[in-house]
Design a protein around this ligand. Structure first.
Ligand code: SF4
Length: 185
């Protein structure tokens, strides 16, 4: 067993911090969100099977993400794939069209906070905002949240490195999932 197999989190952190190394799996915030929706959805995404960006709901959601708080936030990209928006207050903000995927979206934001802390040594709190629902919540990287992120990273690496998609299993999100034609027809 290699050191990478025995301690995937430390290997991931070391590779992300180094300029000349790549992690086994380049984990984005969206991958963290997908993992908490459905492991099969994550695997599809990791194979480049993309959703239809012209879908009306996706376009609407993207529009809300891009336009809300525009004058109060600045966007940053780390390692070419971690996209973070920071408010004037210093908090990291994640804007979504709806709170339907509350837990997956919270985990996405917590991953950003964890990544900032562990990879670039910046400690921040987060804000989850749903402008169309007039709802905002604070998100803090507690010890429990750190532990949940580490567990999620381990599982994401395992799932993405599988040769085949995780078994089909009905999820509460299937009816609204853009991969439903691949799974259920
Ligand atoms: S349709 Fe259901 S099982 Fe298939 S990827 Fe989407 S959520 Fe997962």
């Amino acid at each position: 067993m290699t050191q990478e197999d025995s301690n995937p989190i430390e290997s991931f952190v070391t590779a992300e911090r180094a300029t000349h190394q790549q992690p086994r799996v380049k984990i984005t915030g969206l991958m963290m969100q997908y993992y908490h929706v459905c492991e099969r959805e994550l695997w599809f995404m990791s194979r480049g099977i993309d959703i239809d960006r012209e879908d009306a709901n996706i376009r609407r959601g993207t529009h809300i993400d891009e336009t809300s708080y525009r004058d109060k936030r600045k966007s940053f990209q780390i390692n070419g794939r971690i996209n973070i928006d920071i408010l004037d207050s210093g908090d990291v903000i994640e804007v979504k069209a709806s709170s339907t995927l509350e837990k997956p979206v919270r985990m996405q934001l917590l991953y950003y906070l964890w990544y900032l802390d562990r990879i670039v040594d910046i400690k921040r709190d987060g804000v989850l905002a749903y402008p169309s629902e007039r709802k905002r919540e604070s998100v803090i990287l507690t010890d429990n949240a750190r532990s949940e992120i580490r567990t999620s990273i381990r599982r994401i690496i395992e799932i993405v490195e599988r040769d085949t998609a995780p078994e089909l299993d009905k999820k509460p999100f299937c009816d609204a999932c853009l991969y439903q034609d691949l799974c259920w027809m």
